[in-house]
Design a binder for this molecule. Structure first.
Ligand code: SAM
Length: 234
């Protein structure tokens, strides 16, 4: 695979322009030259072959070539609502769950949560999603939603969504949770903070239709729990 770049603006009339971090990566880090071949993707499932047409300090123009087949998504889209861990662990989690194909991440507001989803933190996470997509070949960006409470996220989710709350005392997620006749088109999994969900939060999630699911015998850190759920469901 040639180097991949994210197009914030879709191509028009066979031409596209890289700006900001993407332009700097191509022009300054990789020292691209006119005529070099790259791959570009629009974050919405479409990618193209492209050739460098002109290089500036902050802007790179590309001639767009053949389109790749549009990326297909799985039968059920997975949303993870996670009480975000701090710093590098947050960044690492976003990279891994993007690679695993999670459709959407919602920062979860919980009683014992430690990290706030500020605008700057969200922007950093969105940059992490782009970096992961560039690296792993994913053409559809993982969406980062606005911060939500447990009841808020459960109320906002589509009706045909299977709802789960990660809880060490729940039913094993390894068990077949989807029957042949299951018509759900989406899955939502709630993952709690380092201090765990309060019993009131677990009760509220269950009252809103979430099943308690276990990810194994050991107590996992927040990011490990999110990745384990993604690996089983995405
Ligand atoms: N002391 C906390 C407790 O006992 O709940 C530990 C919380 S754990 C570090 C962070 C979150 O990861 C939990 O709230 C839960 O959502 C999820 N988690 C961790 N281990 C899990 C497991 N084995 N099964 C299901 N969920 C788990």
């Amino acid at each position: 695979m040639s180097e991949r770049f994210f197009l914030a603006t879709p191509p028009r009339d066979g031409v596209a322009v890289l700006v900001g971090d993407e332009a700097r990566h191509l022009a300054r880090v990789l020292r691209a030259k006119v005529g070099d071949a790259v791959t570009v993707f629009d974050g919405r499932g479409q990618a193209w072959e492209a050739t460098v047409a002109a290089l500036g300090r902050e802007k790179v123009s590309l001639d767009i070539g053949a389109a790749h087949p549009t990326e297909t998504v799985g039968r059920r889209s997975l949303t993870l609502a996670v009480a975000l861990p701090k710093g590098d662990r947050q960044k690492w989690m976003v990279e891994k769950i993007t690679e695993l194909g999670v459709a959407r991440l919602v920062p979860l507001i919980t009683t014992r949560g430690v990290a706030e989803a500020t605008d700057a933190a969200t922007a950093r996470l969105e940059r992490g999603v782009i970096e992961a997509c560039k690296q792993c070949g994913r053409d559809t960006l993982m969406e980062i939603g606005g911060a939500e409470s447990i009841t808020g996220v459960l109320a906002a989710i589509a009706a045909e969504t299977r709802k789960m709350i990660a809880d060490p005392g729940g039913v094993p997620l390894a068990a077949p949770l989807f029957t042949e006749h299951d018509t759900s088109t989406a899955v939502l999994v709630l993952v709690g903070p380092e201090g765990g969900f309060t019993s009131a939060e677990v009760a509220a999630a269950e009252a809103a239709g979430a099943t308690r699911v276990s990810l194994g015998h050991h107590i996992l850190r927040v990011e490990t729990a999110a990745i384990a759920a993604a690996a089983r469901l995405a």
